[in-house]
Design a protein around this ligand. Sequence first.
Ligand code: OAD
Length: 233
Amino acid sequence: MKKIVVLTGAGMSAESGISTFRDAGGLWDQYPVEQVATPEGYAANPKLVTDFYNARRKQLLTVEPNEGHRLVAALEKEYEVTVVTQNVDNLHERAGSTHVIHLHGELTKVTSSQNPNDPRQIRELLPEEYEIKIGDKAADGSQLRPFIVWFGESVPNIEVAADYVGEADIVIIIGTSLNVYPAAGLLYYTKDKTDIYLIDPAEVKVPYDRYVHVIQKGASEGMRELNDLLRTT
Ligand code: OAD
């Protein structure tokens, strides 16, 4: 079986009704990134940050995977697929993808504010626990924090993701502006003969000097077109 890595960003979930970050009216227009997505922002106002992720976590209960997520999951019928996502939602899993690497954490999980990457501290929340409060404690007694990789923090899953990219026959990039590193740098790990496809309705500047087959469409329509292409090549 050929190996595919699907690298996804916020645009993957846009058709499910989750805002992207950098498009006009995106999340970073509404909430300053320094306040809600940095360790300094969390230190300055943990309640604001906790409430921001509580709201996003609860939004997950109201949204569904879109056709794009389902078509990515369906690739598993014919390929060995690894999804590497910058998204913190669980829509790939809910659409049926069985091997998903989250680079920027997961909304449905919480961890210790002292040792965020200690696996013993990371815990999946049940939907009835989605509202975290200041005073809720992790196993090590520190304040519970969202299991989210904030700007300035290390990205522990980048190496395992790079290994899969390095083994891939096909890389499919969907709905990311490729602005954020180290995720955007994953393309450097592709082999010379790896086919690279990019699905995004906007023009995305690829930080890498390689031929990329661009499908300038939304995630669902773009995945339909890509399936046709994969069948004929
Ligand atoms: P961005 O908001 O930077 O980019 C979203 C991309 O999705 C853009 O290229 C859009 O053109 C595209 N898009 C919009 N609608 C789409 C659709 N229907 N189908 C497909 N694509 C569509 O989001 P990311 O690149 O994911 O990190 O941002 C990367 C990281 O920056 C995020 O993981 C987050 C953010 O700050 C953290 O929170 C650490």
